[in-house]
Design a protein around this ligand. Structure first.
Ligand code: GDP
Ligand code: CA
Length: 328
C-alpha cells in the first residue's frame, strides 16, 4: 500500500509547468475519469485515445471514443446513454430507416454534424489529430486529445455463431449479447503511432490507464507497434484503474469478455491482463479483500472508491492518480 503522497508540481520540469501526464483512453470510462484529470493536470495532459471502434458509415468517418470524450468534457454528453449528445433528435436516422438503409448504428441529428465535419476535413487531407483538435477547440476545450494512430485500425470480434464481425456490429447491432472467442485489431501491424504519441509516453511523469474495457478499448491502443513497448518501459510509472468492480463491468461487456478471453472477471483478472504493463492498479473499495491477490500477480494495489457517478469520487480519484507516489 502507498503511504507517501508527493505533489506533482514539485516533480515537474519547472515549478510553474504542470508535470507531463498521459492518459490511455477508451470511451465512457476514460471520459468520466478525464472530467477529474483535466482540471487537475492542466496543460501537462496528453490523452491518447482508441480508434479501433471507428467506422465508416453513410460515407462518414465516425470516431466514437474521441467523440464520447469530447462531448463528456464539454458537458454536452447524454447523461442517460453516456455517449452522444444530450437533447438529441433522430430524424435523419428515421429517414435512413424509411429507405431501408443501415439504421442500427444510432447517429443523432446534431452528432451527424460532427461526422460531416470530420469526414470533410479528412477528405481535404487534414489528419485525425488536427481535426480532433479543431473539434475540441470548437467545444471550448483546452485539451490535447490524440488518436493513437492516423492509420486505419479496426477492432474485429470473432463470435461463435457468426464468425468474425466488426466491433460495432458486435457492440451495437448484437448488443454484445453473443459469445466471443477472440478479438483482432485489423491494420494494427501496419499502423504507426500518431505524431507526438511516443514522445508523450516517454516524457510523461506518469501514465494513467483509464478504467476502460481492457480487451476492446485499451488493447487496440497497445496493438499499435511501439506503444506497448513504450509503456512497458515505464511500468513503474504506470497506474491503471480497474473497470471491473465487484466482478462486474459498470456498463458494457468488459466482464464477459475477460471471461471469454481466458481471465477471471475480477480485479485479479484485470491485474493479470495488465501485469507486464502496469506497476500500480487502483481497485474499488468493494474489492478490498482481493488486494493481496492483485499484489501476487504483480501490480501494487491501491484501494479506494472508483464509481465516478458517486459525488466527489471523480475528483478524489483524479487527485490520487496524479499525486500518489508510484515509486517507494
Ligand atoms: P466505451 O469505449 O464507451 O465502451 O467505454 P470504455 O471502454 O472506456 O469503458 C467501459 C468500461 O468503463 C466498463 O468496463 C465500465 O465498467 C468502466 N467504467 C465506466 N464508468 C466507470 C467508473 O465510474 N468507474 C470505474 N472504475 N469504471 C468505470
Ligand atoms: Ca469505445
Amino acid at each position: 500500500m502507498v503511504t507517501s503522497i508527493s505533489s506533482l508540481a514539485s516533480s515537474a520540469n519547472s515549478p510553474d509547468m504542470p508535470a507531463p501526464v498521459v492518459v490511455i483512453c477508451g470511451g465512457v470510462g476514460a471520459a468520466r475519469l478525464l472530467r477529474g484529470i483535466v482540471p487537475a493536470a492542466g496543460d501537462g495532459l496528453t490523452a491518447i485515445a482508441n480508434v479501433g471502434d471507428d467506422l465508416e458509415l453513410h460515407g462518414l468517418h465516425i470516431s466514437p471514443d474521441l467523440d464520447t470524450i469530447t462531448y463528456t468534457l464539454a458537458d454536452a454528453v447524454s447523461a442517460e446513454r453516456g455517449w452522444g449528445l444530450e437533447g438529441e433528435s433522430w430524424q435523419a436516422m428515421e429517414m435512413v430507416g424509411r429507405y431501408g438503409g443501415v439504421d442500427w448504428f444510432g447517429l443523432g441529428d446534431r452528432d451527424l454534424g460532427t461526422h460531416l465535419y470530420r469526414t470533410h476535413r479528412l477528405d481535404q487531407g487534414a489528419d485525425l489529430t488536427t481535426v480532433t483538435a479543431e473539434i475540441t477547440t470548437a467545444w471550448g476545450l483546452d485539451l490535447r486529445l490524440v488518436p493513437v494512430t492516423h492509420d486505419r485500425l479496426r477492432t474485429m470480434v470473432t463470435t461463435v455463431d457468426e464468425g468474425e464481425i466488426s466491433f460495432q456490429e458486435y457492440f451495437v447491432r448484437r448488443q454484445h449479447d453473443v459469445a466471443v472467442t477472440s478479438v483482432r485489431f485489423d491494420g494494427a501491424a501496419d499502423a504507426t503511432p500518431a505524431p507526438g504519441v511516443l514522445d508523450a509516453i516517454a516524457d510523461a511523469e506518469r501514465i494513467i490507464v483509464a478504467p476502460s474495457n481492457p480487451a476492446v478499448s485499451i488493447d487496440p491502443v497497445l496493438a499499435v507497434p511501439g506503444i506497448s513497448e513504450a509503456i512497458r518501459a515505464r511500468r513503474e510509472d504506470v497506474i491503471a484503474v480497474s473497470p471491473i468492480i465487484g466482478g462486474k463491468a459498470l456498463k458494457g461487456p468488459a466482464d464477459r469478455l475477460l471471461n471469454e478471453l481466458g481471465r477471471e472477471s475480477s480485479v485479479v483478472g484485470v491485474a493479470e491482463w495488465y501485469a507486464d504493463l502496469v506497476g500500480t492498479l487502483v481497485i474499488d473499495t468493494i474489492d478490498a479483500d482481493l488486494a493481496d491477490a492483485v499484489s501476487a500477480t504483480g501490480p501494487r494495489p491501491i484501494v479506494t472508491d472508483t464509481i465516478m457517478t458517486q459525488a466527489g469520487v471523480t475528483e478524489a480519484l483524479a487527485d490520487l492518480l496524479l499525486t500518489t507516489a508510484l515509486r517507494s
